[in-house]
Design a protein around this ligand. Structure first.
Ligand code: DAH
Length: 345
């Protein structure tokens, strides 16, 4: 039996020369079409290498040819990468601008955590039909104390407690947003449904739980026939929206000169879920603020007829809420403007 000519094509080619020529062609390709020509000539279907590989019969020739193929394929890939790099740098050289590079990220800020909470509270109240009103921070003693039925000898009138702006103790930085109640009632006729958020000032020594400047939201509803039940229903809704359905809410009797009856209100502790912890002093409850039915004397001070109108009011500290909600150990952190903290919210 006559055998076919063994590995005819394999024997007919000087493979070392083939490889040298091919490598030179890949290395010297100046553009995509030169590279593609080299690919066709040395690695293409009709190239001597591929033909020989199809015909190869013995192990020695197979190892030789597959080795050449692997090295040539690598050289071809390297050439393609080199051409891509050259093209990119030519683009850049042309106008000094490479549109394929990612742009610089412009750092974006966001609202301060206290502003976020304030806006959340405002949104809930707007949803209930309340109007958000801005009131002044520099106030008269009348709006901060007298009109709110505060007795003349009350300790909060002392310059040790309140920041007076003048020596005559007529002008001061408001100590609560309740001043906004008076401003609104002086300037419009009932019915009134307003909320007054803002900064308030007290001469407190900075500590983990207090700062001389903090934030409150005041709420005032004046209409015919308003009772304590309306206050309770409104607050329950407000807290459910602000804290989610998991929190309980309660009212305790208290005293404020501008409300009768007066209450203070608590929600179940968000840190321990009312099981008891140091933050709620093991009571399960956190105090949130004060509220009550507007005292008839206050209506008289602003010229409303207390026989016709009744209302409720409440005031709530926002900084405490932010502190508890995020489990922060120190209320002064809100004023340090440390971006490492603020970026987390
Ligand atoms: N102004 C009170 C405070 O700062 C809080 C407060 C209590 C506001 C009773 C009210 C209220 O509107 O009715 O401690």
């Amino acid at each position: 039996m006559s055998r076919e000519k063994p590995v005819g094509t394999v024997a007919a080619v000087d493979w070392s020369r083939y490889e040298t020529d091919a490598l030179r062609a890949f290395d010297s390709a100046r553009d995509d079409s030169a590279l593609s020509e080299a690919n066709v000539a040395y690695l293409g279907r009709k190239s001597a290498l591929k033909q020989a590989l199809r015909e190869v019969r013995d192990r020695h020739a197979g190892v030789l040819l597959n080795g050449i193929r692997a090295r040539l394929e690598a050289a071809s890939r390297a050439a393609a990468e080199r051409l891509a790099r050259e093209q990119a740098s030519r683009r850049e050289d042309a106008d000094g601008f490479d549109p394929t590079l990612p742009g610089d990220r412009i750092p974006r800020g966001h609202l301060h955590v206290l502003t976020q909470i304030r806006r959340e509270a405002e949104d809930i109240l707007v949803g209930l039909g309340y109007e958000i009103v801005d009131s002044r921070e520099v106030e008269t003693a009348w709006h901060n104390f007298d009109a709110l039925n505060q007795p003349l000898n009350h300790p909060s009138r002392s310059p040790r407690e309140t920041f007076y702006v003048d020596d005559g103790r007529e002008t001061l930085l408001r100590a609560h947003t309740s001043t906004g109640q008076i401003r609104v009632m002086e300037s419009r006729e009932p019915p009134v449904y307003v909320a007054v958020p803002g900064r308030v000032y007290r001469r407190d020594t900075p500590s983990p739980t207090s700062t001389p400047v903090f934030h409150q939201v005041e709420c005032l509803a004046v209409d015919r026939g308003i009772t304590l039940a309306d206050l309770k229903g409104t607050m329950e809704h407000f807290f459910r929206e602000l804290f989610g359905p998991g929190r309980e809410f309660r009212m305790r009797t208290s005293f404020f000169p501008f409300t009768e009856p007066s209450v203070e209100f608590d929600v179940t502790c968000f840190l321990c879920d009312a099981r008891g912890c140091p933050v709620c002093k093991y009571s399960g409850w956190i105090e949130m603020g004060g509220a009550g039915v507007v005292d008839p004397a206050v209506f008289e001070n602003v010229g409303y007829d207390p026989d016709e109108w009744s209302g409720f009011a409440w005031g709530l500290g926002l900084d405490r809420i932010a502190l508890l909600r995020h489990g922060l150990p120190d209320i002064r952190m809100f004023w340090e403007n440390d971006l490492r903290l603020l970026r987390q919210f």
